[in-house]
Design a protein around this ligand. Structure first.
Ligand SMILES: N[C@@H](CCC(=O)N[C@@H](CS)C(=O)NCC(=O)O)C(=O)O
Length: 202
């Protein structure tokens, strides 16, 4: 299977961690691309008209996106350890995934706005609004962290990627102060091989 990939993308990292947790990493051939809204990776278009990463192209040529769909597909191939099958544990894991994806959406959009958009066109109220989403999601994660399940499920994988991305891109705006439960949980999860091996580089 081919995975359109970039080493800095937190959404791609979700897939890479899932693949490692499920012992499927060697089934993924990485096709590295640069995907940005102002310079789309057009080679992805035949497989995903949104031209976003991650996009997975399966061996029969059919594609899957976005990150949650690819992770659930890998989970189905690999034995179903990452998505609780039903009931409250499943809703909880999917909601945490949504919270973390929302944090990544805001952080990635902020990156586009504050680094790629020409300075004269940047809009401070919009920037403040995105940081408010990140901060609100961090506070919610802090409230929930002490009761996260022991299993490293899709919600926790996504949260690791969201926090790792904040460390990678926004180290000057630290998220740990005032969030001790989240800090402790993150440090513990960072000891996993799948998390260490997929840290963003760039
Ligand atoms: N909801 C998507 C988001 C994927 C996404 O936004 N990826 C970024 C890279 S970090 C991208 O491809 N950006 C290119 C663009 O927006 O055109 C997912 O979960 O996979």
């Amino acid at each position: 299977m081919k995975l359109f990939h970039a080493p800095t993308s937190p959404y791609v990292r979700k897939v890479l961690i899932a693949a490692r947790e499920l012992a499927l990493a060697d089934r993924l051939e990485h096709v590295t691309v640069t995907a940005m809204p102002q310079a789309p990776a057009r080679e992805i278009a035949p497989h995903n008209p949104l031209m976003k990463i991650p996009t997975l192209v399966r061996d029969d040529g059919t594609s899957l996106y976005d990150s949650i769909v690819i992770c659930e597909y890998l989970d189905a191939l690999g034995g179903g350890a990452l998505f609780p099958p039903a009931g409250e544990p499943r809703w909880r894991a999917l909601r945490l995934n949504a919270l973390a994806d929302g944090m990544m959406d805001a952080s990635v959009l902020l990156r586009y706005e504050t680094v790629m958009r020409p300075e004269a066109m940047r809009w401070q109220p919009w920037i403040d609004g995105q940081f408010a989403k990140v901060d609100g999601a961090l506070d919610e994660a802090e409230r929930e962290a002490a009761t996260f399940p022991a299993a490293f499920d899709i919600g926790q994988i996504a949260l690791v990627c969201a926090l790792g991305y904040l460390d990678f891109r926004y180290a000057s705006r630290p998220w740990r102060p005032g969030r001790p439960q989240l800090e402790r949980w993150f440090a513990q999860r960072c000891e996993r091989e799948s998390v260490r091996a997929t840290a963003p580089v760039g």
